[in-house]
Design a protein around this ligand. Structure first.
Ligand SMILES: [Ca+2]
Length: 300
């Protein structure tokens, strides 16, 4: 994956501190208490120091000082973690939706031994004052979350992926092979709601996907393109963090509706290619159930 042109954006071993904070961190988007950021001097991953973050719930942000990011560019975040609690990474780039934040990556649960974590996040806009984020939750004494040796590099452009690329999986739990990644994709809108829609490209299995989007209101039959992060929620692959939404054309023929849950798609595969096309009403019920689950189960 590494290329000669790969640019390093952030490199920090938390080796220099000013007052009680590590240099290059605690940017303006940090909302963790300054008193919850501490210098660690024993069992560090490299050098002399590491940083400790303490927090209960809800999650709190510990961010980098402002750095420049470019629209449509993927950034790879590599770091080491130990302790007790959960940590994930993210990005503030000032995008017009989601209060300026990219969708967060999944939480990693820390253990007593140092573990390397690789996550990636894509910038939606050019920004001179972006901040990379460590988000921590449910940390436990005495170690809480300890982080060391952070490297953030420019990883290239956001890749194109068809809905089939997003949906087709051989992973036993049914997760998308692109889970957590940001991609450019598109399709024909087959159902549209206030805060979501379905897009499809073709009518066989793996050709439809649910798009969670509070800002765009496409009509059924619109051909749309967008940039999105692939995520898994209750065994359904969905697209979140939509940017670059565009309607290419309208009034297109709508492909036959699909039931696109991964579990059922897997069951279909096992059932000798028996396809189940759901009427729109079925999609609608499914949509309402999803909204309920997301409102009640999605972490803040
Ligand atoms: Ca260090």
């Amino acid at each position: 994956m590494a290329t000669a042109a790969q640019a390093q954006v952030v490199q920090s071993g938390f080796e220099t501190w000013t007052g009680n904070l590590p240099d290059g961190w605690f940017g303006s988007k940090s909302n963790i208490a300054q008193s919850a950021v501490a210098q660690v001097t024993t069992d560090v991953h490299g050098g002399t120091y590491a940083v400790q973050l303490s927090n209960g719930t809800p999650h709190k942000r510990f961010t980098s000082q402002p750095v420049a990011v470019a629209a449509g560019t993927v950034y790879n975040i590599n770091f080491w973690v130990r302790g007790s609690g959960q940590v994930r990474t993210g990005l503030y780039d000032g995008r017009t939706d989601a209060f300026g934040y990219a969708p967060y990556n999944s939480y990693t649960t820390a253990s007593a031994t140092w573990t390397e974590v690789n996550q990636s996040v894509a910038a939606a806009v050019d920004a001179a004052d972006a901040e990379f984020i460590f988000s921590v939750i449910s940390t436990g004494a005495p170690d809480h979350i300890v982080i060391d040796d952070v490297t953030i590099t420019q990883g290239g452009s956001i890749p194109d992926a068809s809905i089939y690329d997003i949906q087709f999986t051989t992973i036993p739990n049914g997760d998308s092979p692109l889970n957590g990644q940001t991609v450019n994709t598109g399709g024909i809108v087959t159902a549209s709601y206030v805060d979501a829609y379905y897009i499809q490209s073709g009518s066989d299995a793996w050709r439809g996907v649910y798009v969670f989007d509070n800002f765009s209101l496409p009509a059924v039959g619109d051909s749309v393109t967008l940039t999105a992060t692939v995520s898994e929620f209750n065994n359904v692959t969905e697209l979140t963090g939509i940017t670059n939404f565009s309607v290419v054309s309208s009034g297109n023929a709508v492909p036959a509706a699909l039931n696109i849950t991964t579990v059922e798609a897997n069951a279909e595969r096992g059932a000798a290619r028996r396809r189940r096309a759901l009427p729109t009403a079925g999609c609608h019920r499914s949509h309402r159930a999803r909204r309920f689950l997301q409102r009640h189960a999605r972490p803040a």
